[in-house]
Design a protein. Sequence first.
Length: 307
Amino acid sequence: MSVYTIVGREELAAWLQPLSLGELRDHAGIAAGMQNSNYFVTTAAGRFVLTLFERIDVGELDFYLALQEHLAVRGLPCPRPLVDGQGRRWRPLAGKPAALLSCLPGAAIETPDAAQCLAVGRLLGQLHGAAGDFPAPLANPCGADWCRETGQALLPLLSSDEAALLADELAFQAAVDRSALPRGVIHADLFRDNVLWEGTRPSGVLDFYFAGADCLLLDLAVVANDWCFSAEALAALVAGYSNVRPLGEAEAEAWPAMRRAAALRFWLLRLDAQHRPRAGAVVTIKDPEQFRRLLESFRLAPTPLPR
């Protein structure tokens, strides 16, 4: 989350009126993440999260907000959009589509242990199951086509070493056959800072604005790449997920390539933010090198799926 669009107090107070939440007491920008403008908003009715969507098409926004409501109804701990008297989940604010969502309890963890990886694997499996009957989902907005197009656009902007690595990885991923892999709605960004915890229990799943239909295994690879700092943690993650949705042989065979695909995707996201930045009042630019190094490690030493 970042702050690209400034929202004044009087403008926000007027925007909140149809939600009948009482007096606006405070609002403060959230300077983490990369894609949208976010604020904590406190009213007489409690604390909420306001998101202004900087680049999301309004048709896509309907999908993201409906998905969160769909999952919340099915017991997933995710933010639920507030709806006004006309049934609208979002309305324009400061020239951008904006939504107010419930603010979930808990805090993110920096260094998860194996037990927490087991729990988040189970949570991801439950998410995939709960989203299984969501009607007509959009495609993953940063899927294979996006990676290819963004990678090609970035090649002229990179150093010779980076460009050679990227070109080779794009060619490798283009040759990977994903047709046998189970598909469904994936979160696609379930990093440590997007899961809240109360004690040993996950209490919140945040930031669904990369969600879309893709290979379910890709979602597990995204989580593994960010959460698992040891073989024990990775085994626990996969065990927690497999207890909810068992993984097939095609997925086991595709695992090394899928971990590379997940590392590539986030390397590209961060390279794009670095080389083609957007103007913003408070903008977080994250270091692409973390995912370059991760990608290189998977290329040099692929590891099998724990079974």
